[in-house]
Design a protein around this ligand. Structure first.
Ligand code: SF4
Ligand code: SF4
Length: 129
């Protein structure tokens, strides 16, 4: 792997204007990450997110069978590992406690499933009813 391929002195922008735009974009993401949390772009910038949220709501209202998260909250020891592992900064442990893990921000990445030693969270194909 050549990390400096097609760059000048290790920098891939060729003029000052490009460098300013590049730094501005970096700054936007740094500020967003500090204020919104992990995957700030998904939360606050992604133009596809509204369509995905609407689609998810329609799915839930019509109770279409689909991939979801399921829980067995009686096995939860409230260690917080699921919340810590969540890519989308979702308070997973709190949702497990109220037995309502479905949330529009969840991208079904499975990180909380992997993080849970007690196998409280699992993937389930169901209508959610
Ligand atoms: S990682 Fe598992 S046991 Fe720990 S809080 Fe989350 S659901 Fe509960
Ligand atoms: S599946 Fe991923 S995004 Fe969804 S709650 Fe678990 S860790 Fe968070």
């Amino acid at each position: 792997m050549n990390l400096t391929w097609r760059t000048q002195n290790g920098i891939s922008v060729s003029d000052t204007h490009s460098l300013i735009i590049y730094l501005l974009i970096i700054l936007i993401f740094v500020v967003l990450s500090a204020t919104v949390g992990r995957r700030a772009g998904c939360h606050a910038l992604c133009w596809m997110a509204p369509f995905m949220v609407i689609g998810r709501r329609i799915r839930n209202v019509l109770a279409w069978p689909s991939l979801r998260l399921g829980t067995e909250k009686e096995n939860c020891i409230q260690c917080g590992s699921c919340t810590k592992a969540c890519q989308m900064s979702i308070e997973v442990m709190d949702l497990v406690q109220i037995d309502k893990i479905e949330t529009q921000d969840c991208i079904l990445c499975g990180s909380c499933i992997d993080a849970c030693q007690k196998k409280v969270i699992r993937f389930a194909f169901s209508s959610g009813k």
